[in-house]
Design a protein around this ligand. Structure first.
Ligand code: SF4
Length: 381
């Protein structure tokens, strides 16, 4: 049904010369309507009403791949702990990761911390004001640089996230596959031409807010959309068929065996190596590529051979599944007990190389841990 609808929508309409004329006509009306609507309807979020580049930067990094409602309490707590880029740069990474625990995609926290150190070391704690200079900072890409440059410094540069992509493809009835790099390039060029020379930061926030609250992925609220009169998708009843996106490949499945080892009321945690998934976070010892259902004897044998520990008892915990965007993790979990924590330990390998350190802790929250470790801990109660 959707493909049939799109047959009336030829992709060639967006040749560069056509685009220039159409977009010049659209730009003024679009920004005027969006900015007026935004001033009356924006959600009161803690990173709004500020032009502090540090606060805008932190909020934009937290909002990547994460819902606004989830980010709000994390943002407030983070800013309370680190009210300035200097305070963030001076904090130990372990502490930053602890504050991030539960928000997911932990490499964001590591990058944020690294960039804060860079800004303090090489720029005396001051953010540059242009998109080009911002993009030269470690871990800041075109989107984040556009958001900071426009909202904090008023530079006339666009942003392009999932919400903006949806609004633009519908407004202009663009039928091209948004998963294709060429479409992405086209959309950046369109966004560049539509951003107004004045109030670019407000316009950028407004178009993102429209995508987040009105122009929803399914069943957009066209009846209360401030730009309905400009929208080609609405005019052609294509709003539910756009944007077009080829299906993502099915997430890869990974099988893991996790062992919770308890001794005298303390739990054994291991620190993951830096880089990649769950970089530098602590977790219960986890062994990957174990696809067969494991018996108690086999689990005890793995603990003995990988960690050099002899346990007194072992019992299964109900298995867990953890879903990331591109991977699904299936965990078999065992809870083993021993008398006393030994002073030393041979550090085994995990999926990304060797674990870096170990600790026996009363509460897993004492160390920065990912969501799966905390979920497993809850299952022990
Ligand atoms: S009219 Fe509908 S489809 Fe068009 S931009 Fe507004 S909400 Fe989106």
């Amino acid at each position: 049904m959707q493909n049939k609808d799109l047959q009336n929508c030829p992709p060639s309409r967006f040749s560069p010369s056509m685009r220039g004329k159409k977009l010049a006509l659209l730009q003024k009306s679009l920004s005027h309507r969006l900015i007026s609507w935004f001033s009356a309807h924006q959600r009161p979020l803690p990173w709004r009403q500020t032009t502090d580049p540090y606060l805008i930067w932190v909020s934009e990094i937290m909002l990547q791949q994460t819902q606004v409602a989830t980010v709000v309490p994390y943002f407030s707590r983070f800013i309370l702990h680190y009210p300035s880029v200097h305070r963030l740069a001076a904090a130990p990474l372990e502490e930053v990761l602890s504050l991030w625990a539960g928000l997911g995609y932990y490499s964001r926290a590591t990058r944020l911390h690294r960039c804060a150190k860079f800004i303090c070391t090489y720029r005396n704690g001051r953010f540059p004001s242009t998109r080009t200079e911002l993009m030269a900072l470690p871990g800041i890409g075109r989107y984040t640089a556009g958001a900071i440059a426009s909202i904090a410094f008023g530079q006339s540069v666009p942003v392009l996230d999932g919400n903006v992509i949806r609004v633009l493809t519908r407004l202009l009835a663009i039928p091209d596959d948004i998963a294709a790099p060429v479409t992405h390039t086209l959309l950046w060029a369109i966004a560049d031409q539509l951003v107004p020379s004045a109030h670019a930061g407000t316009y950028n926030q407004a178009i993102m807010e429209l995508g987040a609250t009105v122009c929803l992925p399914r069943h957009p609220h066209c009846g209360r959309c401030p730009v309905q009169g400009l929208c080609l998708a609405h005019r052609r009843s294509l709003q539910n068929a756009l944007p077009v996106k080829t299906a993502a490949p099915r997430p890869r499945k990974s099988h893991c065996l996790t062992v919770v080892i308890e001794a005298a009321g303390k739990f054994l945690l291991l620190k993951r190596p830096p880089g990649g998934l769950w970089s530098s976070l602590w977790e219960f010892p986890t062994f990957h590529t174990i696809t067969e259902p494991t018996t108690a004897n086999r689990a005890a044998h793995i603990i003995r051979s990988a960690l050099g520990l002899y346990v007194n008892s072992i019992r299964p915990i109900s298995p867990l599944r953890h879903q990331l965007t591109h991977r699904t993790f299936e965990y078999q979990i065992w809870h083993a007990r021993m008398d006393m924590p030994p002073p030393g330990l041979s550090l085994p390998d995990c999926d990304r190389g060797q674990y870096q350190d170990f600790a026996w802790v009363h509460a897993v929250a004492e160390r920065p841990c990912g969501a799966i470790t905390r979920k497993i801990r809850e299952r022990l109660c």
